[in-house]
Design a protein around this ligand. Structure first.
Ligand code: NDP
Length: 294
């Protein structure tokens, strides 16, 4: 067989992007799968995004991830948007089909995969309390709605953002989703099955910050999930565990969306344990935090 020194490329485009750890996980996965693929972490300013996508096409890049501030802007440069990404209104993953670039959103899908496989919780019929109405909240709420959650109560500091998200998702999914402004301490009720922190509260460097919620009335069977992955061990998850509640960290969502991305790009089954370990190690080394999945 003739030698083949040509690597296949995948990249994440963002600004800032240097602290995005996805490449560590994907490179570990490529190596474990014996693939001559590279995952590049590339800073692209908003005004160069169109050029960057032209470059993606010219280089035959196999797939990309998009992070801040490109998740919405990239949609205009793609050939097709998946139905779920259209509902969410943002794309975080692009795959290639021949010459066509197809936009997907794996943020919420990664969360749901982790919910099912890491926490053993089926979202159908669950009553959800969602903290936050930003990009992550929108993606997670959309997938929970599509998966048949019984109700989703969205609590957000800025009412306009929360109301807009709820109106959009109610229209596009028909789900039972409501909004309430976040004023003071939000009590978690007996009927809340799943509490999701989808805000950036607790994100490095504000690692001592905790969402203003009172867990004292929580159902002992409830699951508390955090989308914050840096650090994986947030004060909210610590507080929930101290009350005997089950928890799911943001590393689960990140790894699971990485698994979905790897499989979309390569068509191979992802080496999940390798990916989890690589990510947990790099984040714990960076923050000195222990991890639930290390
Ligand atoms: P956005 O900026 O789009 O949204 C931030 C959200 O946090 C908003 O709802 C905002 O409320 C809320 N918020 C921030 N600070 C406060 C505060 N002090 N008090 C109350 N609410 C607050 O960010 P994203 O949705 O993109 O990201 C949110 C988090 O999700 C980040 O930590 C990010 O790292 C994480 N993430 C994790 C992923 C994973 O795979 N684990 C994937 C994607 C994101 P308001 O609207 O009132 O400003």
């Amino acid at each position: 067989m003739p030698a083949n020194y040509q690597a296949e490329l995948v990249a994440v485009l963002g600004q800032p992007v240097a602290e995005n750890p996805t490449g560590v996980m994907q490179e570990a996965a490529f190596a474990a799968a014996g693939l001559n693929w590279r995952y590049l972490t590339i800073e692209v300013p908003p005004e160069r995004l169109a050029d960057a996508i032209t470059g993606v096409r010219a280089f035959g890049v196999r797939g990309i991830n998009l992070t801040i501030p490109h998740k919405v802007a990239v949609m205009q440069y793609l050939d097709e948007i998946s139905p779920e990404a259209a509902i969410i209104g943002a794309v975080n993953t692009v795959r290639r089909e021949g010459d066509r670039l197809i936009g997907e959103n794996t943020d919420g899908k990664g969360f749901l995969r982790g919910l099912r496989l890491d926490a053993g919780v089926e979202p159908k019929g669950k009553r959800v309390l969602m903290l936050g109405a930003g990009g992550a909240a929108r993606a997670v709420a959309a997938e929970l709605a599509l998966a048949g959650a019984a109700s989703i109560a969205v609590v957000n500091r800025m009412p306009d953002r929360g109301q807009a998200m709820v109106a959009d998702l109610r229209r596009s999914t028909g789900a039972n989703i409501t909004f309430e402004p976040w004023r003071g301490t939000r009590r978690v009720g007996e009927s809340d099955d799943l509490i999701v922190n989808a805000t950036s509260i607790g994100l490095f460097p504000d690692v001592d910050a905790i969402p203003d919620v009172d867990l004292s009335g929580a159902n002992p069977e409830a699951l508390v999930a955090d989308v914050v992955f840096n650090p994986p061990e947030t004060p909210l998850l610590r507080a929930a565990r101290q009350r005997g509640l089950r928890t799911l960290d943001g590393l689960s969502m990140l790894v699971n969306q990485g698994v979905i991305g790897f499989e979309l790009w390569t068509g191979r089954k992802a080496p999940e344990q390798v990916m989890k370990r690589a990510l947990a190690e790099t984040l714990c080394a960076a923050t000195g935090s222990p991890s639930a999945i290390a």
